[in-house]
Design a protein around this ligand. Structure first.
Ligand code: ZN
Length: 153
């Protein structure tokens, strides 16, 4: 369990902060069991100057196709979660990127991950990507076509 925020730093000095409640929800989807499926969702939070604060997320729904090694985010409920957070927060909470789980302790992006991020994530603003492993998070920041791995501080 996390009782404090997780802070990551990019090379340009900007911070990416994961609030404890979001870190705990992400961790609850770890693929611990031999048959636990891969989970995925979208990341929601605030942008303050160049800093990004992760405050909310969408969780898998029964409409997602889930298997152990792939997950297809077909469900509209992820977009709905973003829209509702935006409305409830008077426009302070935005879509920030995506998360999914991997059945490995210290996760790394797969070729499929890179391909799909490159193809599907288009934004002029930086996006963040999280892979939830069994013991560690992998955190990346996508700026246009550049992907930087963020270091926890
Ligand atoms: Zn992956």
């Amino acid at each position: 369990m996390f009782d404090r925020e997780l802070v990551f730093k990019a090379l340009d000095g900007s911070l990416f902060v994961i609030s404890p409640n979001v870190a705990n929800i992400l961790f609850s989807y770890r693929q611990i069991g031999t048959s636990s499926p891969e989970s995925a969702g979208v990341l929601i939070g605030e942008r303050r100057d160049t800093h990004i604060i992760l405050k909310d997320l969408s969780e898998p729904s029964k409409f997602d196709i889930r298997s152990r090694f792939m997950v297809d985010r077909i469900s509209k409920h992820h977009q709905k979660t973003v829209d509702e957070a935006f409305k409830k927060s008077n426009g302070e909470l935005h879509y920030l990127g995506e998360w999914h789980t991997h059945p490995e302790d210290v996760p790394n992006p797969s070729i499929t991950d890179y391909t799909s991020w490159h193809k599907n994530l288009k934004s002029d603003l930086p996006l963040v990507l999280i892979i939830v492993g069994r013991t560690h998070f992998w955190v990346g920041k996508k700026i246009k076509n550049n992907l930087e791995v963020l270091k926890q501080i």
